[in-house]
Structures are given as C-alpha cells and as structure tokens.
Design a protein around this ligand. Structure first.
Ligand SMILES: [Zn+2]
Ligand SMILES: [Zn+2]
Length: 335
C-alpha cells in the first residue's frame, strides 16, 4: 500500500510502498478514505517530540471503511463506514477503564508512536476505537478525530458552566480547531463568542459559522474592559505562542480561564499579585464518550466541518500550507 512516511526528523515526507497491515485477534484494518492534517503533524516532521518512533507513517485524523476484521471483532463488519479515535491506551489503568484513553499515562497515538493514517490502510488495535458514520461524508468526519474532539473536550470541561449569559468567550485562531470551537460554543454555551485571527478569510469563515465579533490581535489588544462590555470568562487559545498566551491571559476577567489547545511552544509569564482567581488549563484530546458526542454534534448538523481535500501525494505541499497558516478550515488528505 501507499503511505506517507517520515523516515527521520527534519526530512520531507515520502510516499512509499509498504506492506499492507493484517489484523490480529480483536484488531481491525480500515481502508482510509480521508485523513485530516493537524498542526502536530509538523512536530513529527520537525522532530520536536521525544516520543516519536521513526521511521513511521504520518497522520492521526482518519475516517474510512472497515476492510478486514480479526477474530473476535463483533460490532463491525467489512464495508462499515467509520471514524477512528486517534489514540490508544493501556486498557487497564483507571483512566482507560473510564474510557479516558486521552489521559492514560501509557497512551500511544497513530502517527506518533506507531504507524499513522496517511496511508491506504491503517491497523486499529481494537474495535473499541471505531465509531459508525451515518450522514457525514468521510472528509467531513475525519477532522473530528483530533481537532473536533479536542475542541469539544476543552469546551465541555472548561467553558460550559463557567461562562454565564452576559459573559464573553474568546477563540484565538480560527483554523482547524478554531472554526469548530466557535460552533461548539454556539451550540453549548450562552456566552458571546469573539474570534481573533491575523487572516481576514479565517475571520470571515468564523463569522459565517456564528462568531458574534471578529478582529485582528492588535484590535483585540486595544479593546478596554469597558468596550468589551462583558467579562471574558474564557479564552480558547488554538495557537499557543508567547504572544497569544499573554494576550489571552491578560484579557481574562476575574475567575476566567485560559484554555490552551495550540502547541506552538510559547510560554506564559505569570506574577501572583494580580491573579484575580484566573486559571490556566491544558486539556488533551477527549474521552471515548466525548468522541461520540463530538460526532453526534456534527451528524445533527450543529457543527459543520469546513475542509479542503488534497490527494495523499500532495502531503508536503499541504504541510507547508499548514505551517504558513494558509488553510481555511481543515486540510484533508485523500489516499
Ligand atoms: Zn492532531
Ligand atoms: Zn491506560
């Protein structure tokens, strides 16, 4: 089969022929029909994560069709359309027992610790990690597997219940994560939704998806509390640079929460006296249940995934576009 391989850090991705996976007992092989491109794929290419096992196949945001099932697989059969949960756990720790594989200390992920999904086929270690698709197309579903469930987990756990009617929530960055976060906020929270981005076309997309105010970072930084007319209860930072972290934290009202989803590697300077009961949260992915809830939001049409599709062979061009912030919505590779 064809696969997008990273042979070593700092090398370009190569489309290589590798052996087709074969399912063992309890395992499933899916034919990948769509695989979203995430900002963290760049960390694998750039060699920024100590845990990456090279060489490997890139990608962790797939939808596909069940191709082969191993002995004992009972809930799925060949031909079923599915979305794949993007990480795997040890199966025995207190987190895994509760379906929170995202918090498992021994979690291993496609495209990081083992072969990913930017390939014609992917080996899934358990049917536990598959979700049937109904109405959504494969390319609409795929970005939910990382960007969607990450935004949903963050909003459900860190914003819902904190942001009251009359409060604002600010989304920093209107890309793959941000355009989904805006819609989830509108679906799940009464807060006024503001979006900050440097690119006009992304701001326009956010507005079309329900953002009530859109602005550039400098416009936003100049806003006084009085002009905001509401407490900023939460800032969802999908960028995570030095600049966005400090902009976000400085903007928070009393008791507000900075929810960091972006992994740009920034750090936040903090000094105690003016703490105002503010908090910083670092959510990671989402649980198995939250994956199902995320999918349900999209299946019901409450969240629309905006995607641009590219053939798998364009993986290097697409990664360059993601690096340059040039993708509106999510880029999806079609193997
Ligand atoms: Zn991701
Ligand atoms: Zn575990």
């Amino acid at each position: 089969m064809k696969a997008a391989r990273v042979e070593a850090p700092h090398a370009s991705v190569m489309i290589l022929e590798v052996e087709d996976p074969v399912p063992g007992p309890g395992q499933v092989v899916i034919r990948v029909t769509a695989s979203g491109v995430c900002g963290s794929d760049l960390h694998v290419v750039d060699g920024k994560l100590g845990r990456t096992k090279y060489p490997l196949t890139l990608g962790h945001e797939p939808a596909g069709i069940v191709h082969q099932i191993g002995e004992g697989v009972s809930r799925f059969r060949k031909g079923d359309r599915v979305l794949l949960y993007p990480t795997t756990g040890c199966g025995t720790c207190m987190f895994c027992i509760g379906g929170k594989e995202n918090l498992c200390p021994a979690a291993r992920s496609y495209g990081f610790e083992f072969d990913g999904t930017d390939a014609e086929f992917a080996l899934v270690p358990s049917e536990r990690y598959l979700y049937p698709l109904r109405r959504l197309s494969d390319a609409e579903a795929a970005p939910l597997a990382c960007a969607g469930v990450t935004a949903y987990h963050a909003i459900k756990n860190h914003v819902v219940g904190l942001a009251a009617p009359g409060d604002s929530v600010v989304v920093v960055g209107a890309g793959g994560l941000g355009h989904l976060a805006v819609q989830m906020l509108r679906a799940l929270s009464p807060a006024h939704v503001m979006v900050v981005d440097t690119r006009e076309e992304k701001l326009e997309l956010a507005k079309s998806l329900g953002a009530e105010d859109i602005m550039s970072p400098s416009e936003f930084g100049r806003l006084t509390d009085a002009a905001r007319k509401s407490r900023v209860a939460a800032v969802i930072d999908t960028v995570g640079s030095d600049q966005t972290l400090s902009l976000g934290f400085d903007t928070l009202g009393t008791g507000g929460r900075l929810v960091v989803l972006g992994a740009a590697g920034g750090s936040l300077n903090y000094s105690g006296p003016d703490a105002k009961d503010r908090m910083v949260a670092g959510p990671i992915l989402g649980s198995l249940t939250e994956m199902r809830e995320t999918l349900e939001l999209a299946e019901q049409g409450l969240v629309r995934v905006v995607h641009r599709d590219f053939p798998l062979e364009k993986v290097n061009e697409v990664l360059a576009m993601v690096r340059g912030g040039q993708v509106t919505g999510r880029a999806v590779l079609i193997p």
